[in-house]
Design a protein around this ligand. Structure first.
Ligand SMILES: [Zn+2]
Length: 126
């Protein structure tokens, strides 16, 4: 039993500091991010934390023009699925890239989006 298994709360605490951490299954080697309770591939719970580079490319994206109230001031903005260098994909908001430049294959780098009490996943230009 490892005591260093990363929880979802750890994940966001580390993300807030700019570190992206995934978990690798000790049984089948599946990599997951954000951390999940059980491995989706083999249903084992034998995670070990893996630091990720945070670098990836956009595989798909959507432009949000009418945002939920909390994000209304930021609209329009793009939400993208980013495939990280390590092969896992993560959803995040694209920042500091003009909307017309957001494209499939665009290289991006993880960036935490921190408000007073919430940290979410963002990606900015590399
Ligand atoms: Zn597994």
């Amino acid at each position: 039993m490892t005591e260093r298994v990363i929880t979802l709360r750890n994940f966001f605490e580390q993300a807030r500091e700019g570190r992206l951490t995934g978990v690798r299954c000790g049984r089948c080697g599946e990599l997951a991010i954000p951390p999940k309770e059980f491995c989706l591939a083999c249903h084992e719970r034998a995670w070990a934390p893996v630091p990720l580079s945070g670098e990836g490319t956009i595989t798909t994206f959507t432009v949000i023009r009418v945002a939920p109230r909390a994000h209304a001031a930021a609209a329009p903005y793009a939400i993208a699925l980013v495939e990280l260098a390590e092969g896992v994909s993560l959803l995040g908001r694209i920042v500091d890239v003009p909307l017309e430049k957001v494209a499939i294959g665009l290289p991006v780098r993880f960036r935490p989006l921190v408000t007073s009490d919430v940290t979410s996943v963002g990606f900015g230009p590399r």
